[in-house]
Design a protein around this ligand. Structure first.
Ligand SMILES: [Zn+2]
Length: 338
């Protein structure tokens, strides 16, 4: 009765061909009826014709194995169909699409990133420093020893531990960088700084600065002038004029305050520029030799330029706002216009 063996193989082959993914409930029922009823009945009918009890027993075992194999397979398909049906039911496809607002990037951050891009395009690396800083990095190493009168101009918030404070300028990153790497390099460092300033329309005790430092051989004041002119013209347009005035910072010599022509009034004079036609945008200068020597650089060989700009003030002009406070009022409707 080799016929039974062949029949078993044939049924198994056909079943495997028909048992595929994506069957409907009807298909599964048909499969069940065809293989577990009709085909099984045919096999048992053939088995009845076998007379040798040993052979009969062997075929009987083979038929039962096939039956079990098909039953398990069909149960598995049923379970899969059930699971995917449940998954589908957990979605409500009729629900209306909602426009969820996640807010806007803060205008200061947005402008800060644009400015960083201007400098990275000029080959600067971006360096970050901590807001809680050592007195030595914030003052001492920047040519402002204890009791230096210039410290008064940058009075800040002190932490209980002696010698630790909230940084009053990003210039502390200059020291951290110079103590780590050797010239030549060009860095900018954006970040939050703190001062015990009166709160008025133009001042807040916390504000954002961007610090720049270039150190190398033969860095001169004309490099500083060219660099800052390029920067201001890139941000505010080619027609913007710059004015360099003598100024004083303990960590630069010579030092300059840099004004730009008022873009609010076209230099005719308005409230923003205090009717002068000019707005002070940056503080800058050539790095003081004491600062270079203090971090172990040879000030005969290396020179450097440094600049700092208040991002809040820049944002005020850039966005045409009347008060710095507006930047901290969480007024999203205002930000959406910026
Ligand atoms: Zn003006």
């Amino acid at each position: 009765m080799a016929e039974i063996s062949e029949k078993i193989k044939e049924i198994e082959g056909n079943y495997l061909e028909e048992n595929k993914e994506g069957l409907s409930n009807d298909d599964i029922l048909k499969l069940q009826k065809k293989y577990l009823k009709t085909e099984m009945k045919n096999l048992y009918d053939l088995l009845k014709l076998v007379t040798d009890s040993k052979i009969k027993k062997d075929y009987g075992r083979q038929i039962n194995e096939l039956k079990k194999f098909i039953e398990d397979g069909i149960n598995e398909i049923k379970e899969n169909v059930e699971t995917s049906k449940k998954e589908k039911d957990s979605y409500d496809y009729t629900i209306l699409k909602r426009n969820i607002k996640f807010g806007k990037i803060h205008p200061l951050i947005k402008l800060g990133r644009e400015i960083e891009k201007v400098f990275t395009n000029m080959g600067f690396a971006i360096v970050q420093g901590p807001e809680i800083e050592l007195d030595r990095n914030n003052f001492e190493k920047l040519n402002m020893p204890a009791h230096h009168p210039a410290r008064d101009m940058q009075d800040t918030f002190y932490i209980h531990d002696p010698g630790i404070l909230l940084r009053s300028h990003t210039s502390s990153v200059q020291i951290r960088t110079m103590e780590k790497i050797k010239p030549p390099f060009k860095i900018v460092s954006p970040g939050t700084v703190y001062r015990v300033d009166d709160i008025d329309p133009q001042h807040t005790p916390m504000f954002y600065q961007i610090e720049g430092l270039v150190v190398g051989e033969k860095i001169s004041f004309s490099d500083l002038k060219g660099l800052l002119t390029q920067f201001i013209k890139t941000v505010f347009g080619d027609s913007t004029q710059l004015r360099f005035r003598p100024s004083y910072y303990p960590y630069t010599e010579p030092s300059a305050a840099i004004d730009m022509s008022c873009i609010m009034c076209g230099s005719k004079g308005c409230r923003t520029c205090n009717y002068s036609g000019w707005i002070t945008m940056l503080g800058a200068g050539m790095v003081h030799p004491n600062v270079l020597e203090g971090v172990g650089y040879d000030s005969e060989k290396y020179s450097g330029l440094a600049f700092g700009l208040g991002l809040n003030r820049l944002a005020l002009i850039y966005y045409g706002l009347s008060e710095i406070r507006k930047l901290y009022e969480n007024d999203i409707s205002l930000w959406e216009q910026l």
